[in-house]
Design a protein around this ligand. Structure first.
Ligand code: SF4
Ligand code: SF4
Length: 316
């Protein structure tokens, strides 16, 4: 496994980052033991970096994997807090539920513009104070927007940026993949740690897995790349391919057999529209009171399912 320094944070991370979203209740919803076993395999194979979020509800899996392996990985979490009080609750939850006494990265989740960064600044100041106190080691933002990568590059207090990037530019809200790459390059040159997300478009590019992975691995400004892994087999394959992409030949037949993921709405959907307002990709709309999913726009993040009051949405 290749390891890189995450910008100027001094934190060394594996190029493959374990994306925890997919094992949790928003997606595969593995049992505690099953989910922890997937993380454990990654830790044992040298993946030392886990990406999660308050929203993902996956802290318990991470805690169990740490307890069972004795390995303390680099952990990144994020939340939507605006206020100091909410920021404190989010951070306290991350620490207590994972059983750790400091967190390596804490990010402002899903920032949409420089205005949203400003809107979250009270929370961000709390994270900066906690960084001073040694409870958070580095701070930053996650985003689907090129404008936010640019804005965060200009903010000295931002240590790390977690942007969406993939070969077709799926999920980038305000421009092309080339424009995103240019912004990432400049951020990297400014000393920001960068770890990419959704290099397989949330699952939409799995049919084009090899090219999508070659593309991501070829981006020199990504210190690490978060990949959602739902099974021990997926962990083993991704570790092998991050080590040597030319090993892809032995996985090709298995890759083509993988079922395609999609977002599904169950019949008990009440047409309230909360999920449509939640989706940054504008993949959901209500047509005559019925929910319509635009699968071309959906990046399968599953965030809408967390906003549904009747649990009618699921990615599988
Ligand atoms: S529809 Fe849901 S899963 Fe798809 S991009 Fe929007 S929030 Fe994510
Ligand atoms: S939030 Fe749930 S109930 Fe409301 S429209 Fe979306 S899927 Fe239907």
């Amino acid at each position: 496994m290749e390891y890189k320094l995450l910008g100027k944070t001094g934190i060394k991370v594996s190029r493959l980052c374990f994306g925890a979203l997919v094992i949790g209740p928003l997606q595969r919803n593995l049992s505690l033991e099953e989910g922890a076993a997937v993380i454990e395999e990654a830790l044992r194979l040298g993946v030392n970096f886990i990406d999660t979020a308050d929203l993902y509800d996956t802290y318990s899996y991470i805690r169990r994997a740490i307890e069972r392996t004795g390995i303390r990985p680099v952990i990144s979490s994020k939340c939507y807090a605006y206020t100091r009080e909410d920021a404190k609750s989010c951070l306290d939850r991350a620490l207590s539920e994972t059983g750790i006494d400091y967190i390596d990265l804490f990010l402002m989740h899903e920032q949409e513009s420089e205005h949203t960064i400003r809107g979250h600044w009270e929370a961000f100041e709390y994270y900066l104070e906690q960084k001073q106190a040694g409870i958070i080691k580095s701070v930053g933002i996650s985003t689907h927007h090129i404008a936010v990568v640019k804005a965060a590059t200009a903010i000295p207090e931002v240590d790390v940026i977690h942007p969406i990037v993939n070969k077709r530019g799926l999920g980038i809200c305000d421009g092309t993949v080339d424009e995103m790459l240019e912004a990432i390059k400049k951020a990297h040159e400014a000393g920001k740690g960068i770890y990419g997300m959704k290099v397989f478009g949330g699952g939409n590019l799995l049919g084009d897995f090899e090219d999508a992975l070659r593309f991501a691995l070829g981006i020199p400004w990504l210190d690490s790349i978060a990949v959602g892994m739902q099974s021990i087999e997926e962990v083993r394959m991704n570790v092998a391919l991050f080590d040597d992409i030319e090993a892809i030949g032995q996985y090709r037949s298995r890759l083509t057999e993988r079922p395609k993921k999609a977002l599904h709405a169950d019949f008990w959907c009440e047409g309230c529209g909360k999920c449509a307002r939640r989706c940054q990709q504008k993949a959901l709309s209500l047509v005559e009171g019925k929910l319509r999913i635009d699968h071309e726009k959906c990046v399968l993040c599953g965030y809408c399912s967390a906003s549904c009051p009747v649990f009618a949405l699921k990615v599988y």
